[in-house]
Design a protein around this ligand. Structure first.
Ligand code: ADP
Ligand code: MG
Length: 733
């Protein structure tokens, strides 16, 4: 047999059929892929899994003992049913098999093993129908020998049994067998980490770590393995991020020093810059003037004046004839950014810089004209959607790319835009505050700038939770209050988690809000609403039928509407001729209508904490105080309710981001890739491993200081190549 390495295809080691099953279930194709599929937990043969509180509808794997078994005839149909009860010593769970009488012989009282199946409920009792199982004594005899017996039996009972993430097709023990075949076949595993690092960090070698994680002899084995593998994961990721950043920072780029255009603009501003704007602005100004590309992530609350900072950077770049491209996540936002850029520049500067809008939906002739002025260098500012990245778009001299709402764009998209210039400077902006560990993990190739201070004179926003079930009157009052504000000349937003009723929640283009929230609520123990999710279509109909809205215009805005239709609704709302805008999270970011005073969020518990904070940032932007009403059927004390209470009680977006981090499950933070059961981060948990991540980053930085090109560490260079793909996935979230 050929030497088996980490890169060997699984099919050659465990056989084509098993390899195919594993690939289908988990996406792995190589020995490494399988070895990185780590046990979810470890059980003991002597320690049974508690059988209470098993999640109905989910696949579970439990260690238990058969209590009793009985065979009876089915009542309505011919045939037999075998019912075995298994126990954890306290509770029981019923296993049922139809027309498989032979099971009764197999499932003898007292036998212990692993049972796997989907939990269902039948007449108030939990059961597994046609589960898979494997008894410990079947292939794992208690080792004999009279004098040794007691010690051996104890060891046998205490050896950790790895329980793997499994599917209905591939059981935990199937994974375990495959892993064992791979471990047995594997030749010595080379360790990509430098020897000194392995020693100074007290790590297991890579091969030993895999062995200890999959075939631990005791608890300390797998604990050590986890620590080692976790460190390796953090280190590999940080090394790749820092490497990429340093490579980019070393590229030559055209320096863009500030000049008269920026001065003229600053002089024309009707207000003074906030302290944070000045500070952040000066960092950007000096980095743009460097002969290397800037890579910065600018974060700050909605309305903190990021766009203004970005515009000042564009003016600096325009000084030397350079062009800037501002990339927005949706057509609505692109159009709005464009308008505000033109307005803020004022007529003279706008005529001089000739900003153009580029979206996928604009008329061909208009688009051609815009593209022409970008290619000729006549237009020095382009604002657009991802249409800006398409092949037909060329720039005369692209000096700066600005990506608004960074988390919606992956590294590869940012990259595609960068390719349109020769090493343009990059400024990414986000209104979603990002806790440091997340920033280091997901955006580690960008350095962060933060605006905390809001421009003066902002009216506050008051936020209240409206518990519809406990306080139905207060819920009714929401609509009256909205009508009163409209009568007083204000406008109202109503946000729903779904577009229309019946079907599953509809996702907006490029959005993961709904997917994310359903994911995070179920495991938190909250009940799903007892009615379908509030949706835009029904809400519009309901509001139009309410007498208090007679004579007011209530319109829908959702991501699936045609572009021109969306723009029409948005501009009519901006102009004040639409009074109530009922929308999905399409309005989450950036939309600016200062006359809007109330934000009503229906089924608010369906949204993330940070997302709710974004939403309420839509009101209280003008001279009128804002009011945000979070409607919910979540019960008091539930996690879902706790989350929205947190939003109501805290106005600090950074504090909320931290809360979000604590309350959300890991997979939700780093994106949607996890929802399929596959994780982009394997062992690392940004919620708990902040220190480890920071430590690994320091070590990775130190290593790159001594060996910037990794010439002396070819195996680490290979690791980086592998991590690149991983990074793409992380950043896409
Ligand atoms: P962001 O992009 O962070 O949401 P914007 O740059 O769009 O914020 O600013 C929001 C509003 O505040 C805009 O109308 C802008 O003109 C105004 N603004 C920005 N900076 C200041 C400032 N220093 N003082 C007063 N108003 C400001
Ligand atoms: Mg903005």
């Amino acid at each position: 047999m050929a030497t088996v390495t980490l890169d060997s295809p699984l099919s050659g080691i465990i056989g084509g059929k098993s390899a195919k099953a594993l690939e289908k279930a988990f996406g792995m194709t190589t020995a490494l892929g399988l070895l990185e599929h780590l046990p979810r937990r470890y059980s003991k043969r002597g320690e049974l899994t508690p059988l209470t509180g098993l999640p109905v509808g989910e696949q579970v794997t439990v260690v238990a003992q058969v209590l009793d078994v009985q065979v009876r005839r089915m009542q309505r149909r011919p045939g037999q049913i075998v019912e075995a009860r298994i126990t954890d010593g306290v509770g029981t769970l019923t296993l049922t098999f139809f027309n498989q009488a032979f099971r009764a012989k197999d499932l003898r009282a007292g036998r212990q093993g692993i049972f796997a199946g989907k939990v269902s409920e039948y007449r108030g009792a939990y059961q597994l129908q046609h589960p898979d199982y494997e008894f410990f004594d079947a292939d794992d005899e208690v080792p004999g020998g009279a004098q040794l017996e007691e010690a051996a039996a104890k060891a046998w009972a205490e050896t950790p049994v790895p329980i793997y993430p499994a599917t209905t097709q591939v059981a935990s023990w199937t994974v375990q067998r495959a892993v064992e075949m791979v471990l047995d076949a594997l030749s010595e595993v080379p360790d990509p980490l430098p020897h000194e690092l392995v020693r100074s960090e007290g790590l297991l070698s890579l091969g030993a770590a895999f062995e200890a994680a999959h075939r631990p002899r005791n608890d300390s084995d797998w604990r050590q393995a986890q620590r080692s593998l976790k460190f390796r994961e953090a280190f590999d990721l940080q090394l790749a991020l820092l490497y990429r950043r340093r490579q980019q920072a070393a590229e030559p780029s055209t320096p863009r020093p500030p000049g008269a255009l920026l001065e003229r603009f600053d002089a024309s501003l009707p207000f003074a810059l906030t302290g944070d704007q000045v500070q952040v602005g000066s960092v950007i100004a000096s980095e743009l003037a460097e002969p290397h590309p800037m890579h910065r992530l600018l974060q700050g609350e909605v309305g903190s004046g990021k766009t203004l900072v970005a515009l000042r950077a564009m003016l600096q770049v325009a000084e030397s004839g350079g062009q800037s491209a501002l990339l927005a996540p949706t057509e609505v936002l692109a159009a709005q950014h464009f308008r505000s850029v033109v307005e803020t520049l004022g007529p003279e500067l706008a005529a001089h810089l000739n900003p153009v809008l580029v979206t996928g939906r604009m008329p061909a002739s208009e688009r051609r004209r815009a593209l022409l002025s970008l290619a000729s260098g006549n237009a020095r500012i382009a604002v657009g959607t991802h249409a800006l990245m398409s092949d037909g778009v060329t720039f005369y001299d692209l000096g700066l790319t600005i990506v608004d709402e960074q988390h919606r764009f992956g590294v590869d998209q940012r990259e595609a835009l960068r390719q349109k210039g020769s090493q343009p400077h990059v400024l990414a902006m986000t209104a979603t505050p990002i806790p440091r560990t997340v920033a280091l993990t997901a955006f580690g190739d960008l350095e962060t700038l933060t605006i905390r201070e809001l421009p003066p004179g902002r009216q506050g926003i008051e936020t209240f939770v409206v518990p519809e079930i406990e306080m139905p009157r207060r819920a009714a009052r929401v609509w009256e209050r909205a009508a009163e504000d409209i009568a007083a000349g204000r406008q109202v937003y109503v946000v729903c988690p779904a577009i229309s009723g019946g079907a599953a929640p509809s996702l907006e283009e490029g959005e993961f809000a709904e997917a994310e929230t359903t994911e995070m609520i179920a495991p938190g123990g909250a009940q799903p609403p007892k009615r379908p999710l509030a949706n835009v279509t029904d809400t519009v109909a309901e509001m139009r039928a309410m007498p208090q809205f007679a004579g007011f215009r209530v319109e829908a805005l959702t991501g699936n509407m045609p572009g021109p239709e969306k723009d029409r609704v948005m501009s009519e709302f901006a102009a004040g001729s639409i009074h109530v805008l009922v929308a999905t999270t399409v309005i989450e970011v950036g939309v600016n209508v200062p006359n809007a005073s109330i934000m009503i969020v229906r089924d608010a518990d369906r949204f993330g904490v940070s997302q709710l904070h974004q939403l309420r940032g839509r009101v209280g932007r003008g001279q009128h105080a804002g009011l945000c009403l979070l409607m919910s059927v979540a019960e008091q004390g539930s996690i879902a309710r706790e989350r929205i209470e947190a939003v109501a009680n805290t106005s600090d977006g950074f504090a909320l981001a931290e809360i979000d981090l604590e309350l959300r499950r890991e997979g939700d933070i780093l994106g949607t890739a996890q929802s399929g059961g596959r994780s982009t981060l394997k062992l690392l948990r940004v919620t708990h491993d902040g220190e480890l991540i920071a430590h690994a980053r320091e070590l990775a930085g130190a290593l790159l200081d001594t060996d910037p090109g990794l010439g002396a560490h070819p195996s680490l260079a290979a690791v980086i190549a592998r991590e690149e793909q991983h990074l793409e996935n992380l950043a896409k979230s």
